[in-house]
Design a protein around this ligand. Structure first.
Ligand code: DGL
Length: 269
């Protein structure tokens, strides 16, 4: 059995490209359709109802592209919308919370885990609940870091101001003796060096994107949905956005490390 349909991935904007990168690395023969909801980003400060509505619209768009699996590559949408949306669709849908949590629980030795994410993600307590489900005795310390998304979108990955902001946001975690921290937002992997520097080498950073790609390969394998075609020449990814594509293409290069072939704007998601 071989299923050559693409994998659909969506995010509020370009942050989900961190997931695209890992899926490409893990499943190089699979085609990907990516949708970045750039006209409505950020989701971080929006209400649960709005995020559910946007997520459903994004999924309907991906389904028009005949996808076989949908990855909600947005921590905010995964935190507040996943449970509500997954029961409405037949296609397998996975979020980014569970894979990140499983890795963190596996890695942490002293059972003290930090979580950072957008305001909505942290307020939802989705990470904390998922961790407690696995092991109720784990101590979880969560901090919202809303400015991190803007820093990444601006390309300020290692400036003095970035270091200062990261230091200020992470201060509450410094005396909690955490040995593991989950980067609970798609943008944060780009700030890894600064976060590591601020927290010190003893703290392990869990990049959900990597775990998500692994989780996706498992779902495809278990459900007999893997392709057996060999990788076609050129890029295997189609990029769609809901606002003007030029900025996405430019910034997207920073996330992916290669030039994005073609980014198309969709008017009616
Ligand atoms: N993609 C969002 C997340 O992972 C960050 C950007 C936003 O606020 O929309 O939480």
């Amino acid at each position: 059995m071989s299923d050559t349909r693409p994998i659909g991935i969506f995010d509020s904007g370009m942050g989900g490209l961190t997931v695209v990168k890992e899926v490409m690395r893990n499943l190089p023969n699979e085609k990907i359709v990516y949708f970045g909801d750039t006209a409505r980003v950020p989701y971080g400060p929006k209400s649960k109802e709005t995020i559910i509505r946007f997520s459903i619209e994004n999924i309907l768009f991906l389904l028009k592209n005949n996808v076989k699996l949908i990855i909600v590559a947005c921590n905010t949408a995964s935190s507040v919308a996943l449970t509500a949306i997954e029961k409405n669709f037949k296609v397998p849908i996975m979020g980014v919370i569970e894979p990140g949590v499983s890795a963190a629980v596996r890695i942490s030795k002293n059972k003290r885990i930090g979580i950072i994410g957008t305001k909505t993600t942290i307020k939802s307590r989705a990470y904390e609940q998922q961790i407690k489900k696995i092991n109720p005795s784990i101590q979880v310390y969560s901090v919202a870091c809303p400015l991190f998304v803007s820093l990444v979108e601006e390309g300020w990955l290692k400036t003095k101001i970035t270091k200062q902001i990261v230091t200020d946001y992470l201060r509450p975690l410094k005396n909690k003796d955490i040995d593991t921290i989950v980067l609970g937002c798609t943008h944060y992997p780009l700030l890894k060096p600064v976060i590591q520097d601020v927290l010190g080498k003893k703290v392990q950073l869990v990049d959900s994107a990597r775990q998500v790609a692994y989780g996706a390969s498992q779902i495809l394998e278990q459900q007999g949905l893997l392709t057996n075609r060999k990788k076609a020449k050129g890029q295997n990814v189609c990029f769609y956005v809901s606002d003007e594509p030029d900025n996405f293409a430019q910034q997207g290069e920073k996330f992916l490390g290669f030039k994005l072939n073609k980014v198309r704007k969709v008017s009616n998601v």
